[in-house]
Design a protein around this ligand. Structure first.
Ligand SMILES: [Zn+2]
Length: 150
């Protein structure tokens, strides 16, 4: 099952190679595997912060990237990486291109709840934190993110 963001979190890669057909440009950058805050060192020099923008339809996404002046390699710190990941999720949402799972609502007389499909629970732990963001004022659309406690 394609659970891209989850996989990347579990197996951090040195190199991100994101090719999103609909983005106007090909995006390629490196996420440093240890240091999660720039500036990074490349060619024994500190990288320089540069502002970038990608667009999808009317949706603009601004982010900052650390760039090596010598080789032009671009480094994204983990915070910007997470923001970028969210942008790609929103893009997929707009394209109606996300994996969708329907569940029945359960009610035990006091509490409403639903069950996660078994295939998606491998990375869940009993102590995980569930971060719920309300997306619409009618209380019917949410963004749910499972966060591991460190
Ligand atoms: Zn370099």
């Amino acid at each position: 099952m394609k659970q891209k963001s989850e996989l990347e979190r579990l197996e951090p890669k040195d190199e991100y190679d994101i090719r999103e057909e609909d983005l106007e440009e090909e995006i390629k950058f490196v996420i440093d595997k240890d240091a999660f805050k720039g500036p990074f060192i490349c060619h024994s020099k500190k990288t320089i912060l540069e502002d970038k923008k990608v667009s999808f339809n009317d949706l603009n996404f601004n982010y900052s990237i650390w760039k090596c002046k010598k080789c032009g390699k671009e480094y994204l710190d983990s915070e910007q990486g997470r923001r970028f990941e969210k942008f790609l999720i929103i893009k997929k949402l707009l394209e109606d291109n996300l994996i969708t799972i329907e569940r029945n609502m359960n009610f035990d007389g006091k509490t409403y709840f639903f069950r996660f499909p078994k295939e998606l629970t491998n990375n869940l732990h009993k102590d995980d934190l569930v971060d719920i963001k309300l997306l619409t004022p009618d209380g019917k659309t949410f963004l749910v993110e499972i966060k591991h406690r460190d």
